[in-house]
Design a protein around this ligand. Structure first.
Ligand code: NAP
Length: 262
């Protein structure tokens, strides 16, 4: 697939990985871009920075069903079809489950997961109207390995993996590919309150994820060899992986404390 003249809808295209994916899309020649994000000002600034691109700005919360319906309706009205859907917007609130406010549990599920199900549902007729279409879902390394203190976030991200596999198989007869990307720690606003290790740059994660989408890769996994080994151990010998986690328990608790970007 090529980006030239493509019509794209991206959630959370105003900051972090989403903003860098937007740049990749524009550099590749995408001509029509719809963005959903809450902050009106950044949506306006971005759309004014690229006069060559036709934008649809949808300011609102992806956790609000009306915002998702409005996005699909406006695209249908203005473009009639959609080539690429990128489900990227996400939030996190980490910590011991019994200490997480109920609202933050609901919101993580609504924004990270339910919104993806609904927006994809509303966009399928538009994607079917394109000659060849693609969906990119942004999961997380935590969607492959469930870590302590990230039970809510990690389970929303694991659900995205399962949803991606299902939709890939369901949409195959319609020439709609589905790629799922699994970034690990990436240097964005989401990680401002995370006390931790080295991070990937959002530019790198965006470039690889868009490349995966264009090449119709099924899964784009980040984190290198160490992560690959951890994933294998987690799958093949989970008890052994539990022991590894138990050794770093206090450190993991400390580094996740206060990790919140909502
Ligand atoms: N950074 C990491 O280490 C990392 C690792 C693995 C996976 N990921 C995943 O990668 C994706 C992007 O993360 P990021 O680090 O780039 O995040 P970020 O820097 O915090 O940016 C989030 C983007 O999503 C938008 N957004 C957030 N909540 C929204 C809502 N309720 N409705 C509409 N838009 C919303 C934000 O715009 P507004 O605030 O204006 O709405 C912003 O454009 C997320 O799904 C995240 O879970 C990130």
């Amino acid at each position: 697939m090529q980006l030239k003249e493509k019509k794209v809808l991206i959630t959370g295209g105003t900051r972090g990985i989403g903003r860098c994916m937007l740049q990749e899309l524009i550099d590749g020649g995408a001509s029509h871009i719809a963005i959903i994000a809450r902050d009106k000002k950044s949506l306006k600034e971005i759309s004014e920075s690229y006069p060559e691109v036709k934008f649809i700005r949808i300011s609102g919360d992806v956790g609000n069903i009306d915002v998702l319906r409005e996005a699909a309706a406006r695209i249908e009205d203005k473009w009639g079809s959609l080539d690429i859907l990128i489900n990227n917007a996400g939030i996190v609130s980490a910590g011991p489950l019994e200490e997480l406010p109920d609202e933050e549990i609901y919101d993580q599920v609504a924004v990270n997961y339910t919104a993806i199900l609904l927006l994809t549902k509303y966009c399928i007729p538009l994607l079917k109207n394109a000659e060849e279409a693609a969906i990119l879902n942004i999961s997380s390394g935590l969607g492959l390995i469930g870590m302590p203190f990230y039970g809510v976030y990690a389970s929303t991200k694991a659900a995205i993996r399962q949803f991606s596999d299902s939709m890939r198989r369901e949409l195959a007869p319609f020439n709609i590919s589905v790629t799922c990307s699994y970034p690990t720690a990436t240097d964005t606003d989401m990680m401002q309150k995370f006390e931790g290790r080295e991070m990937d740059s959002p530019e790198f994660v965006a470039k690889r994820s868009i490349e995966g989408l264009l090449k119709k890769e099924l899964h784009v996994v980040f984190g290198g060899e160490e992560r690959e080994k951890d994933s294998e151990l987690n799958f093949m010998d989970p008890k052994k992986f539990d022991d590894k986690i138990a050794n770093g328990y206090e450190q993991l608790k400390e580094s996740s404390t206060g990790h919140k970007a909502m």
